[in-house]
Design a binder for this molecule. Sequence first.
Ligand code: SAH
Length: 264
Amino acid sequence: MAGRLYVVGMGPGSYEQMTIQAARVLEQAQVLAGYTAYVERAARYFPGKEVLAAPMRQEVSRCRQAFARAAEGAVTALVCGGDAGIYGMAGLVLELAPEYPDVQVEIIPGVTAASAGGALLGAPIGHDFAVISLSDLLTPLEVIDRRLACAAAADLAICLYNPGSRHRKGYLKRACRIVGRWRSPDTVCGLVRQIGREGQQTRILTLARLAEEEPDMATTVFIGSSAARAVNGRMVLPRGYRLGEADAPERDVQEKDAPERETP
Ligand code: SAH
């Protein structure tokens, strides 16, 4: 194998939200490639490297450039925000990989907006949830609508990525209207902006109020399931523990027909 290409999830924003593994890979990389804003962030933390920045919507050529440098022998890191495999570049890189048999690809995971944003709001995805992107750039709107309807009908908590932008207004309202067919207007919801970056903001609001919001690209939206609650200003999706009752007595773990217990 001549070259190495890492696809690195850098986490949502701050250096502290990057995994140690990601930081080590970026430290030893010779080339940083990716979308301009992410490459600039990586270069701030790991300066003095060759930089291959590409604007939005040039994902395929961005990946090919990274492969080309890796094939030449440069240890290359293609950087993504959050996790590399969650609406990131990992899949596209692996689809292109057969064209570059001399390059070994490794995917480095990162903290995704759902978990970092969830922690800021409280614990909004503590039970079953669905992640849905509202971007119809690569996915037809009918498909997005159907996924929203199915997740709502299944009473899943829903985490929305790409909830809107300057060019995509009204998408969140449309999503809230679909979810509202199964969920009360009082459903507890949350918004998180600029996670781990300057201007970080969180808000907890009802589904009815959420529908009036016009979020930007740097926002992640949480829609509670019917069990979601607001507790002391935090959004919580209970797992079902009964408060105020003694825990069930510990059982002998060898016991053959011991009921399965979920681990916290
Ligand atoms: N790979 C990324 C997601 C890329 S899709 C990840 O795993 O987090 C882009 C969407 O992710 C944004 O529109 C927003 O909904 C969400 N997102 C990513 N970073 C964010 C941040 N720092 N603050 C709030 N939302 C963010």
